[in-house]
Design a protein around this ligand. Structure first.
Ligand SMILES: *Cc1c(COP(=O)(O)O)cnc(C)c1O
Length: 347
């Protein structure tokens, strides 16, 4: 069967990082009151750091240009060179940060595997290695919520409480890669601080579904953030009039947080339309990410066929493709794209 291409424009489901600042966000950015943030004198940055720290139940926050830098600084605060970090084998920290934690933090990682990015508490407990003269010492555990390569999956709050207690009792740190913690919060209704308080350090991104062009934040206790501020500058991450970016993030929190529910509904509509053409190829999404099993076709072939017909998705494994909804995608586009990918898989 010949599948008709979609009408212009292209439907881009590669990532929720493709969002462009909305008109209201640009207005807020233009009006930002700014200063030199290396001197701690940018009012918009200071206000955002206080706001997000409080939202997440922590004492202090530090704005970073990227989520990778937020994760790098959070792990740096907890794990010394030569020590190890434990995380899921598909965590962004070990798959998508290009070895930064080894190269720049000087640490090693050991991983557990899980079907959807939600590790089993007993497995995590079994990996923790105490300090000896002959084994690498475990200094921290990192979790990811929602779990990107797990399929936008939510870490249940009961599970997070278990791992938090485990780490506290074992004397190891706990970091959260919360690039999409906003999505978990909107999907579950669990307050952000209930998540945040379970961790020593938390990184959140404003540049994913929230829709800001740039920016992430590390939150922790005041001492840790003061140390991380020095390390951020050492790494070249000291920004000057960054309030323009803080204004975008504040605008996103005020106006584009609760609308993440629309992205979740659109991801579900995409998965339903896909299932109507090719049952079983995608599981029902928990948030804004749909992971598609390409079956007998390679992901490269599916990505290329979809692109030719006007839909962009990304390959995340040899036979696994990812589609992500965000504020650039409406319900109708999600449905059309799901149907088209389903037809490609069935064809
Ligand atoms: C996007 C993302 C990050 C940070 O990525 P940057 O591109 O460096 O901002 C961290 N963790 C997860 C799970 C992500 O999806």
């Amino acid at each position: 069967m010949r599948i008709a291409p979609i009408a212009d424009p292209t439907i881009d489901l590669r990532s929720d990082t493709i969002t462009r600042p909305t008109a209201g966000m640009r207005t807020a950015m233009a009006a930002a009151e700014v200063g030199d943030d290396v001197y701690g004198e940018d009012p918009a940055i200071n206000a955002l750091q206080e706001r997000v720290a409080e939202l997440l139940g922590h004492e202090a926050g530090l704005f970073t240009p990227t989520g990778s830098m937020g994760n790098l600084l959070g792990v740096w605060a907890l794990v010394k060179p030569g020590q190890e970090l434990l995380c899921d084998a598909r965590a962004h920290i070990v798959r998508a940060e290009l070895g930064a934690h080894a190269v720049l933090n000087g640490i090693t990682t050991r991983t557990w595997t899980s079907p959807d990015g939600v590790g089993d508490t007993a497995t995590i407990a079994s990996l923790i290695a105490p300090e000896t003269a002959y084994l690498v010492q475990t200094a921290a555990v990192a979790l990811e919520n929602t779990h990107n390569f797990g399929g936008g999956t939510i870490q249940p709050i009961e599970h997070l409480r278990e791992v938090s207690a485990l780490c506290r009792d074992a004397g190891v740190g706990l970091h959260l890669d919360g690039a999409r913690l906003w999505n978990a919060h909107v999907a579950t209704g669990v307050p952000l601080a209930d998540y945040g308080r379970l961790f020593n350090t938390v990184n959140v991104c404003f540049s994913k579904g929230l829709g800001a062009p740039i920016g992430s934040m590390l939150v922790s206790d005041a001492d840790t953030i003061a140390r991380a501020r020095v390390q951020r500058k050492r790494m070249g991450g000291g920004l000057r009039q960054a309030g323009i970016l803080a204004a975008a993030a504040s605008y996103a929190l005020d106006n584009q947080l609760t609308r993440l529910a629309e992205d979740h509904a659109n991801a579900a509509a995409f998965a339903d339309a896909l299932a109507a053409e090719m049952p079983g190829a995608a599981s029902a999404p928990q948030t804004n990410i749909v992971v598609i099993d390409t079956g007998e076709k390679t992901s490269a072939d599916v990505v290329a066929a979809a692109a030719q017909l006007g839909v962009k998705v990304s390959a995340v494994g040899p036979r696994m493709v990812r589609a992500v909804t965000c504020l650039e995608i409406n319900a109708e586009q999600a449905r059309i794209a799901g149907q088209l990918i389903g037809r490609i898989l069935a064809g």
